[in-house]
Design a protein around this ligand. Structure first.
Ligand code: PMV
Length: 345
């Protein structure tokens, strides 16, 4: 059996903007994992019906065919720490993690010897067959782990290139040059708190609404203003981590990022920060921390950055009183995707 595990993720800064090719975001991988266990079988078995798993299998199968590697039969079992026991998702990027882990398991099965960046590329090529707008930031965090700086490539062009020229050419395409994945140093003396609202959100619907024309004002001007502001925030957050800036500087960027998302939601007539997410942020602020929704919002999780002197037990107690579940998780280390050595368990 081969086991591959990939962590979940959370957006820190740059969500929504990162959907535009080349726009930056900062994410973290979290130390909750999705595990894919792959066992070879003598005959074909019915595999997972998850579209992400199927797309991952299909993309690797295409690569194997191009390399002249004979297909094998296997069974796939998936175990996720990214969902509540009753099946509700935390919004920690389970679709990305299952894609990344499936590709890593197949890499081991077929001994493709893919680099992490090649696994990321295959994962993104597979993902955009299912969710064409997905930025791939979650795949980058899940593949590389830690604190990650990310810019997406042009997925419309990549999808078209893949369809026209096949996976080998798509992997080598110059289109990847617009994308960037860089590991960032973790901040010293800043702890991450994650609160789960308990309500699921549809990232795709929210991203569609943001891409649609806004209700007021000039669409292009608003869009440009949002992208330029978001880009500044993501770049300054990355620079602050790289220069070991103070917690206060990071907090300022988190607060500005929250305000920017408020404005985006207002412009587009959508709800990013729900009442529960608002409560999560106000409570954290009350105790001197900085907080915001993470990812598409509309439910799922919010994050708070806290200093050692902030009263964490009081924040968590107040969260609980407002129906917010503290997810006890930390940032996953780098080289996050773990591939178990082949063994005969
Ligand atoms: O809601 P999440 O955590 O899946 O994040 C979505 C982030 C977006 O930027 C809105 C979409 C994307 O694909 O990056």
């Amino acid at each position: 059996m081969i086991e591959a595990s990939a962590p979940g993720k959370l957006f820190v800064v740059g969500e929504y903007a990162v959907v535009e090719p080349g726009e930056p975001a900062v994410l973290i991988a979290v130390d909750r994992y999705l595990h894919v266990r792959l066992s070879e079988t003598a005959t074909p078995v019915a595999l997972s019906t998850s579209p992400h798993v199927q797309a991952a299998i299909g993309t690797v199968a295409e690569l194997c065919a191009a390399r002249g590697i004979a297909p094998r039969h296997f069974d796939i079992q998936i175990e996720s720490e990214l969902d509540e026991q009753d099946g509700r998702k935390f919004g920690l990027g389970s679709s990305a993690a299952v894609t990344v882990a499936t590709i890593a398991a197949l890499d081991a099965l077929y001994q493709l010897k893919l680099s992490p960046f090649e696994r990321f590329k295959l994962a993104l090529l597979a993902t955009i067959q299912v969710s064409p707008r997905a930025s791939g930031g979650d795949l980058a965090a899940s593949t590389f782990g830690g604190w990650v700086f990310y810019r997406s490539p042009d997925r419309v062009a990549l999808r078209a290139h893949h369809a026209a020229h096949g996976v080998v050419s798509a992997l080598e395409s110059e289109l990847w040059q617009a994308s960037e994945i860089r590991e960032l140093p973790a901040p010293a003396d800043v702890r991450l708190l994650v609160g789960w609202t308990g309500s699921p959100a549809s990232t795709e619907e929210l991203v569609d609404s943001v891409s649609a024309s806004p209700k007021t004002g000039n669409h292009d001007a608003l869009r440009e203003a949002f992208l330029s502001h978001s880009s500044k925030l993501a770049l300054s957050f990355a620079a602050a981590l790289e220069s070991g800036a103070s917690a206060d500087q990071l907090f300022e960027i988190i607060r500005a990022s929250r305000a920017l998302l408020h404005r985006l939601a207002l412009d587009r007539g959508i709800v990013i920060e729900t009442e529960t997410l608002s409560a999560l942020c106000s409570i954290a602020e009350e105790f001197g921390a900085a907080a915001k929704s993470s990812g598409a919002g509309g439910g799922d999780c919010g994050i708070a950055l806290v200093k050692p002197e902030n009263d964490i037990p009081s924040i968590l107690r107040a969260w609980e009183q407002h129906g917010i579940t503290h997810l006890d998780l930390d940032v996953a280390g780098s080289a996050a995707t773990r591939i178990g050595a082949e063994d005969e368990r």
